[in-house]
Design a protein around this ligand. Structure first.
Ligand SMILES: [Zn+2]
Length: 318
């Protein structure tokens, strides 16, 4: 059963907010768009993988989707963590169409797609690193270390996997999404000794969920400043910042869409692009509102946490 669901990564929300807020000719747009496409593909691939894992016997595994755990000064992240009473399985998923060739001698993956050749790090090595980190994490937190299995899955139907050096480990540890269930059967047959009692495994699952720390902001990476951003309310249909407040609702001067709550996304964007809080005055500038009464009402309706008295109130993201 799924005991921890993945959340939409903050970094996807930030990229989307940046693209709504940066002028169309801003030089950083290409880099941010590229970053967003990669992150969205990864997220979509994991969602596709959910289907294949739903074919497993629901009572046998506790499934944690996208778990990120602290270890020393760092974190490690696992796409899928499956726990049973006899073993733990780590799955690293890739969403990559094209010819995927494993070069086990040099720990690299060569991908050929649409006439383009790209080199990637070996995902087997990547998931092995996660395995070592998980073992370390279990030990530090005084849990028994059960047999740890790992798998690299390619959830995209258009991935054509190739293993030209006929490397044994690649055959054993890499598969298409649809073959994962069969691989997991093999792991089950290999690991039959009960390591955890039901009570132990529940305690471990609970502790894993409690220890999860979602990935934070990556705004620094793009070195943007508030001067880069455009003010105004973003249209929910065309994303342009052309919405005007006319008799109590928002109207887009570009595409004609009306909205009663378009300002909510705009306030979210304001926080996502790095502002820790907002005041009435800042909101009026952001939404291009002439009246501070309207600004106050809109802020109250968003039910954001705040501090300070009516006049000097500062609002924070939820
Ligand atoms: Zn519009």
């Amino acid at each position: 059963m799924i005991v921890k669901k993945r959340e939409i990564p903050l970094r996807i929300l930030i990229d989307e907010a940046l693209l709504r807020r940066l002028p169309l000719n801003h030089p950083k747009r290409t880099e941010i768009t590229q970053d967003l496409l990669i992150r969205r593909a990864g997220f979509k691939g994991e969602q596709d993988m959910d289907y294949y894992l739903s074919l497993l016997d629901d009572s046998e595994f506790y499934i944690l989707q996208n778990i990120r755990l602290p270890l020393g000064n760092n974190h490690f992240q696992i796409d899928f963590l499956l726990l049973s009473i006899t073993f733990i399985l780590l799955i690293e998923n890739k969403n990559m169409p094209g010819y995927i060739e494993f070069d086990a001698d040099f720990n690299q993956v060569i991908r050929r797609n649409n006439g383009k050749t790209e080199i990637y790090d070996d995902p087997v090595l990547q998931v092995k690193r996660q395995l070592i980190q998980l073992a370390h994490w279990l030990k530090l937190n005084h849990f028994t270390i059960p047999p740890l299995e790992f798998l690299v899955t390619y959830s995209n139907q258009g991935s054509i996997l190739q293993n030209p050096t006929k490397n044994e480990e690649i055959y054993k540890r890499v598969c298409k999404g649809g073959a994962a269930v069969m691989k997991i059967e093999e792991f089950k047959n290999r690991n039959t000794k009960e390591i955890f009692s039901q009570k132990d495994i529940k305690r471990l699952v609970k502790f894993l969920i409690k220890s999860h720390e979602p990935e934070g902001s990556h705004l620094n990476k793009f070195s943007l400043s508030s001067a880069d951003f455009v003010l105004g309310v973003a249209c929910p249909s065309c994303s342009r910042l052309y919405m005007e407040r006319i008799s109590g609702s928002w109207h887009c001067a570009n595409c004609g869409t009306s909205s009663s709550d378009a300002h909510v996304q705009t306030i979210m964007d304001y926080f996502l692009i790095g502002n820790p809080s907002i005041t009435n005055k800042q909101l009026r500038l952001l939404l291009k509102l002439p009246s501070d009464k309207t600004a106050s009402r809109l802020l109250l309706n968003t039910k954001l946490p705040f501090s300070g008295t009516t006049k000097n109130r500062v609002y924070f993201p939820k």
